[in-house]
Design a protein around this ligand. Structure first.
Ligand SMILES: [Zn+2]
Length: 197
């Protein structure tokens, strides 16, 4: 199945380290980069997921941009404020920067699922904002997240998709192109798709 990923492209200008290269990785936040805490609003509760740092570093080798697209309906539900979300995001940026990882941008949808906004995944507004800002083609991106709505988000922008799942056997019906246990495995699977793998 992996070699059916259609939109990854090989860059002939690269050296023998060449890998399949994506314009960007569009990453989910909770349960993908950091541990999932329901309606997280306290930066002190931020904890990176297993192998998140190594995974993001490896992903930076197969993609030009690392961009977070995250649903934060806790705001719309009244459980936390925009300020709380920004504080949590800042904490993530800080932890990752300390480990040598740079996120290029963090987008989030603060709306309630019933608001009918265009940014809540699997709707595509956040991806389009990223594509416009960084001038890349969404069909040359890969979406990585821990929920099927991330996979559908990927399908909606015609990107490749990786489902993060600690229990792959429970995700047999996923539409994802790949299933990985964490970001490092995701990066390895994506990197191994290259002609020099
Ligand atoms: Zn929204």
């Amino acid at each position: 199945m992996p070699n059916q990923l259609p939109r990854a492209r090989f860059r002939p200008d690269q050296t023998s380290f060449s890998k399949v290269t994506f314009d960007a990785v569009l990453l989910d936040r909770d349960g993908t980069i950091i541990r999932h805490v329901p309606y997280l609003s306290d930066p002190a509760q931020v904890e990176l997921e297993d192998h998140a740092v190594e995974g993001l570093k490896a992903l930076a080798n197969v993609a030009d941009y690392l961009i977070v697209c995250s649903n934060q309906s806790a705001v719309g539900r009244g459980f936390c404020s925009i300020t709380d979300v920004e504080a949590v995001n800042f904490k993530i940026v800080e932890l990752l920067a300390f480990a040598g990882v740079t996120l290029d941008k963090i987008y989030y949808c603060p709306h309630h699922p019933n608001d009918g906004c265009e940014c809540r995944k699997p709707k595509t507004k956040m991806a389009h904002w990223a594509a416009e800002l960084f001038s890349f083609d969404l069909t040359s991106t890969v979406v990585i997240g821990d929920s099927e709505s991330d996979v559908v988000f990927g399908k909606n922008i015609r990107a490749a998709s990786v489902l993060i799942s600690k229990e792959p056997e429970n995700n047999l019906s996923t539409r994802a192109d790949l299933v990985a246990s964490d970001l490092l495995q995701a990066a390895r699977l994506l990197g191994d798709l290259g002609p020099n793998a």
